[in-house]
Structure formats: C-alpha cells, structure tokens
Design a protein around this ligand. Sequence first.
Ligand code: 13P
Length: 340
Amino acid sequence: MTKDNLRSIAKAIVAKQKGVLAADESNPTIKKRFDTIKVASTEESRRRYREILFTTEGIERYIGGVILFDETLRQATRDGTPFADLLSSRGIVPGIKVDKGAKALALHPEEKITEGLDGLRERLVEYKQMGAKFAKWRAVIEISERDIPTAFGIRANAHALARYAALCQELDIVPIVEPEVLMDGAHDIERCEVVTSMVLEAVFTELDAHRVLFEGMLLKPNMVVPGMKCARQESVQRVAEATIRCLARYVPAAVPGIVFLSGGQSAEDATDHLNAINMMGPHPWQVSFSYGRALQAPVLAAWKGREDNLAAAQKMFFKRCMLNGLARDGKYARAMEASE
Ligand code: 13P
C-alpha cells in the first residue's frame, strides 16, 4: 500500500467542482433503465449509451471519476479507444464496481448481504491492469416496520465492506465504501437517521479494525431522508440538517470525501439537497455526488435510443453534471433548472 498514492487518487476524484458519475449498472439493472425508454439491452446498445456519456464535451470540469461495470471496462469507443483510456486522457479517473450484488442473508429473513469477496484480490489485479484506479462495493440495508435491520445484519455488511476496502488498498486502489440505507418504505426521517447512524458507526469500526487508511478511501452514503411512502416528506433544509448531523457524528474527519448516492430521489431534489448540505459548510470532508439515476434519468429520457437525439442527450448530461458541480460547492439555485 502506498499511502500517498491512495490519498492523491481520492483527492483528485473529489477535487473542487467535481464528483462521480456512477455508470456501473449491472446488465440486469441497465436493462431495467432501458426498458423505461423501450430500448433493447444488447452489448452494443449498452456500449453506445456509455460512449455517449463519456464523450460529452466539457464534463471533465465536473466529473472527477466514473464507475464502470465489468463489461464496460472491457469496451471501447467506435474508433477503438478503450473507455478507461478515453476517460484517463480527459483527466477523469476510471473506477470499477467489484461487488457481485446483494443476496438474501441466510437465516435472516428480509436482510441482504453483498457477495463478491471470493477471488476479489485476483479480480482487482486484472482491473488495475486495465486502468481502474478506484473501486466500489455497495451494501444494501433495508428498513422495515419490524426490527429490520438487525444489529447482526448491519455488522455482517460492515465487515464485508471493510474486507473489500482492505483488499483494494493493498493494491493501491481507492475503495468507495457504499453502505446504502434504502429509501423504500414508509419510515420517517428520524428512523432513517437512527439506522444510518448505526450503519456508519459499524462501518467505521470495521474499517478501523481492518486497518483501512481513512485518508485513502471515499464514503458513499445515502442522505438522511424519509421513506418514499412516508406521509410526512421533509423540506430540503431539514434533509440537509439531518444528513450533516448524522455524518458529523460518525464519519472521521480523515476521510477526504463523501460522495452521495441519489437512491431514487428526482434529479432536481438530489441536486438541491447536495447544494443545501454544502451551504451549511465548510465541512471536514469534501461533500459531493456519486449519482447514477440523478445524473442519467434525464439523459435516457432525452436519448430514447435514437442517434438523432444524440445532441439533446449530451446537452442534458452536461447540464446535470454542471448543476451538480455547482451544488457540490453550494452555488446552485433551483431556478437554474429552467436555463438551457
Ligand atoms: P443512484 O444514484 O441511482 O442511487 O446510484 C448510485 C449507485 O452507484 C448505487 O450503487
């Protein structure tokens, strides 16, 4: 492990104005996204779609890193430039999703555990040779009305995240540690804050026990929000306050950056929340985005799989990157949504 190397990669990804594009949808997930615009998911349609994102002019001002899926890391532009090389040449750090998805946690009904640790060291060696400088592993924590999540479910997921992060750092790959408390359900914001607090506390305890260098990692948490089915939705300000209170208590200041997932929020809400959180700064860490849906849903809607929509799709993608780049420094206003 080279500490300076890890630190400088992590810092580059969350440099001023910048955040992360999560374009690492697995094949079943991207198929779901393509279904919404009636585009068949084939190796070529997935390649073309990612090429449209990665070749959008000007995004390097706002995008410090892109998370790729295994298939995408092996793909190239039409003229044969591997995507990892294209991104690197534009000053964007290529990363790779390395978990193998959340599966049922045995003997723990309703809870999940993320798989993918077996053989991970060998896979990381290959990904590094292909140009990946950072990685992502997502743990999924569901809140339900009964006593879910259990302390054991949280601990098992925190342990797996820490084993993954240690394997990454051994090879000088920056781990993005993603413990996602889902927005599904009818729970209120208070319950989300309690569960997110328990999860973050467990995650940093395990990371520490596994000797993970906090300075050489990034945290990708959920924001503290009410469940989507909760009757009491909250103002942007209340979400920002609850989120920062929770993070300030449980995320060590040594961590260089927090990059939020969007988790099902609308594109506009995700940007607005990020902005409000940054307006409450300065914070001990950079606070930015690692959005999947909040960056891409408007792009997919503009593209619809048609080459004649290419310019409109790229324009929309640039706009979302720019607005989130502004929000990440607390310089966004909702009125900017109306601008071209
Ligand atoms: P969303 O922003 O769509 O939640 O995706 C982020 C991500 O990478 C989930 O693992």
